[in-house]
Structure formats: structure tokens, C-alpha cells
Design a protein around this ligand. Structure first.
Ligand code: MG
Length: 302
């Protein structure tokens, strides 16, 4: 097996593509975050979260700058119509790129108070946007414009762009960060990166049962991640959880068994499935963007 693969369980073999290599495809960022794939032109858009820019890569065009400054854009996703939706850590908002190319604020407050600084998001099949709201854009000078925290905690929210309704769905985590649904959307996984700057803070992934498609219950620790913290995460068609960590992308079976690691030379922040078949893992790590072909497919839309 390739030297960048660590296997903890035999089941990991079936997810790997024999002979596949880990490729560095870009290295232009200060801190890579939030990759999202565009099948229309086989490109990747990702955030240079600390460089305050939004970048794009394609094999044909190389790297280009889509937005500068990006107001410390972090996590990116696409909605049912293919529009880019994103977390603006600087503007403390969820934003969307409209068909005319303009960015529009969808939501920036909850119960009359400003959000902390949305970090990562997913769009559920019903069109609702679920996002995390740790305070890093307020507390970290290279992740936002500072300011005062108005929310009493760091929550996970469900926002419906059709009705502008917003609910806090997870309120029992310290620093919720990355998130993903299971393939049937009956489970919600959320990473907690508190250990990043809180001594003894959690560095784990919690899993919640989704109720009626709009609430969650029965939260529990799914996996404790070492070394470092879990940040962005994604789920494949079998329900396996792919999470970032300090040294690698780590892969966990739905029962919580750690299957293996894909070692990456820089600290992993986030990842997504791309390629026309959604079988190419795209990894935002350190200053770079990496890719590796797998023998499994991501479930995220579109
Ligand atoms: Mg994040």
C-alpha cells in the first residue's frame, strides 16, 4: 500500500483506488478552506480563508482569483439550483452568489442579535441551509474583522431561504465547525474544534438524530479525533465519515470504527468529493489543495 495510506481496518481497502496517488494541485493560499466542486467545468472553488480571497482551480486554467477581498469567506457549498452559498466569517452572515454574479446576504442574525461568524455549511435536500457559528471571525484577527459577540453561545442553525426562518438546532457544543448529513439525512455529524484554543476543549465529532427533517436529538460523541482537531467533514455513499485532522483525512465507518488515514503533508482543514463521478476527494490543507481518486462516491449535492 502507498506510503501515504494508514490502514486500521480491512474495510478501508475497498474504499481505495489501487495505484491512486495524492496530488498537490494548487499551493497559492495562505490558508485553504471550504472546497466546492463545479462539474460544469470540472473546477474547484475554495477559500483562502486567512488570505481573504476566494480562489478557483481547473486543469485548463490553473488558479485564478474569484473574489478579493472575500470578507473572510470560509465554508462553501452549492444549493439545489447550483448557486454558490457560503459562510462569510467577516460579514458574520450566510451569503449566496446570485445568477448575475452579485453576492447577497441571506441571513446575518438570530433573535435580533448578530451571528458570531458562520464557518461551514451544508444544503439539505429540502433546500434548507444548516450552518455552524463559532466565534473565530471575531476572536482570530486573520479570520474576520473582529467585533463583539452577541449570541450567548456557538450554535448550529437551520435556515430556510424560502421563508427566512432560522432556528438554533444544536446548542450543546463548544465550537461547532464542520458538518455533514448521513446519506439518508437521518443523522447529522458536527465537528467540535474547541481544542484549537481552549485547553482541555473537545476535539471530537458528535452525531445527532434528525427529527422531522428539521430538529435534532440524542447527540453523542461519534469519534474523538487525534492529532489536532476535526474541522471540515464529508460523508460517502456508504455513510463513511471523512474528516480532516492535523496529519490526515481520517475515515470512520458509520459505527464509529476508524478505518484508516490518508496522510497529507499539511494540516487538513476541509474536504469535498469532486470529479464527474464524485469519486475524487479534494482536500484543502495548509496553503494547498490536494486530490486523490477513491473507490467510493460522495453524497453531497448537486
Ligand atoms: Mg471550518
Amino acid at each position: 500500500m502507498a506510503e501515504f495510506i494508514e490502514i486500521y481496518n480491512e474495510r478501508f481497502h475497498s474504499l481505495l483506488r489501487p495505484g491512486a496517488s495524492l496530488q498537490k494541485i494548487a499551493n497559492n493560499a495562505v490558508h485553504s478552506e471550504g472546497p466546492v466542486y463545479f462539474y460544469e467545468d470540472d473546477s474547484v472553488v475554495w477559500s483562502d480563508a486567512h488570505g481573504n480571497r476566494l480562489l478557483r482551480w481547473s486543469a485548463d486554467d490553473g488558479v485564478s482569483i474569484l473574489r478579493d477581498p472575500s470578507d473572510y469567506q470560509s465554508g462553501n457549498y452549492r444549493d439545489q439550483e447550483g448557486r454558490l452559498v457560503a459562510c462569510s466569517s467577516g460579514n458574520r452572515a450566510i451569503i449566496r452568489r446570485e445568477y448575475d454574479g452579485q453576492w447577497r446576504v441571506l441571513v446575518d442574525s438570530y433573535q435580533g442579535k448578530r451571528l458570531n461568524s458562520p464557518n461551514d455549511l451544508v444544503v439539505k435536500s429540502d433546500g434548507t441551509i444548516w450552518f455552524t457559528d463559532p466565534p473565530y471571525g471575531i476572536t482570530q484577527p486573520d479570520q474576520g474583522y473582529g467585533g463583539k459577540q452577541e449570541q450567548p453561545g456557538s450554535f448550529v442553525y437551520r435556515f430556510d431561504p424560502a421563508t427566512d426562518e432560522i432556528d438554533a438546532v444544536v446548542t450543546d457544543m463548544v465550537r461547532p465547525n464542520g458538518l455533514a448529513f448521513s446519506p439518508d439525512e437521518q443523522l447529522l455529524y458536527v465537528s467540535d474544534t474547541a481544542a484549537f484554543n481552549i485547553p482541555q476543549g473537545p476535539h471530537h465529532i458528535r452525531v445527532y438524530e434528525v427529527v422531522n427533517g428539521r430538529h435534532v436529538t440524542n447527540g453523542r460523541v461519534f469519534a474523538v479525533i487525534d492529532p489536532g482537531q476535526p474541522d471540515g467533514l464529508r460523508v460517502d455513499e456508504h455513510g463513511n465519515v471523512f474528516t480532516s485532522s492535523q496529519d490526515s483525512v481520517q475515515v470512520y465507518a458509520p459505527d464509529g470504527t476508524r478505518l484508516g488515514k490518508i496522510l497529507v503533508p499539511e494540516t487538513c482543514a476541509n474536504l469535498t468529493f469532486g470529479g464527474q463521478e464524485r469519486d475524487r476527494l479534494l482536500i484543502a490543507a495548509g496553503k494547498s489543495l490536494y486530490a486523490i481518486d477513491l473507490n467510493t462516491h460522495g453524497v453531497q449535492q448537486p
